[in-house]
Design a protein around this ligand. Structure first.
Ligand code: AR6
Length: 167
């Protein structure tokens, strides 16, 4: 089941949270900064050993001081106007995280709105991609959380969900 919630993803007691990282995997701002801050310095040490990550791909670490058991680090596309393969890369982020979560035994997983902050992906388009990529996995997890950071994002996701349900 997919559940849209408003929360700080670093507070969630789930098997896996997803980090919207950059290709260095060495931290940054936004949700990435918050996750590193809450997980503690052991997360950065673990990330240093991963050798970075390509756009659309995923690498896994433990959650360290987070309530979440593991972190799935993925690198979303930087929005360049929509003609540079951004939607395919964003789809692969969600797909690869969902696959990786399953292979790591996760029953609950939480996603932030990948690429919609610093990376500038239009939020409504990103929400449709996120939800439509999650839908085939609904029965493979106990719960897939869409973790919004604002009321505005909640509204965007709820509208996107309603439009997908009408299809
Ligand atoms: N919990 C849940 N969502 C959050 C949190 C939080 N604690 N903090 C921010 N968000 P962004 P990107 C939301 O910019 O666009 C970093 O520097 C935020 O409101 O974090 O993929 C990386 O290192 C937005 O909706 O990620 C990269 O360099 C969403 O998370 C770059 O930013 C994503 O915003 C990645 O940019």
């Amino acid at each position: 089941m997919i559940e849209i919630i408003k929360a700080d993803i670093t507070h969630l007691q789930v098997d896996a949270i997803v980090n919207a990282a950059n290709s260095s995997l060495l931290g940054g701002g936004g949700v990435d900064g918050a996750i590193h801050m809450a997980a503690g310095p052991a997360l950065l040490d673990a990330c240093r050993k991963l050798g970075g990550c390509h756009e659309g791909e995923v690498k896994v670490t433990p959650g360290f001081d987070l309530p979440a058991k593991m972190v799935l680090h993925t690198v979303g596309p930087q929005w360049q106007g929509g003609e540079a393969g951004e939607s395919g890369i964003l789809t692969r982020c969600y797909e690869n995280c969902l696959q990786m979560g399953l292979s790591e035994g996760a029953r609950t997983i939480a996603f932030p709105a990948i690429s919609t902050g610093v990376y500038g992906y239009p939020k409504r388009q990103a929400a449709v991609i996120a939800l439509s990529t999650m839908q085939p996995y609904e029965d493979s997890y106990d719960k897939i959380f869409v973790c919004c950071f604002s009321d505005a994002d909640m509204w965007i996701y709820q509208k996107a969900m309603a439009s997908l349900e009408l299809e």
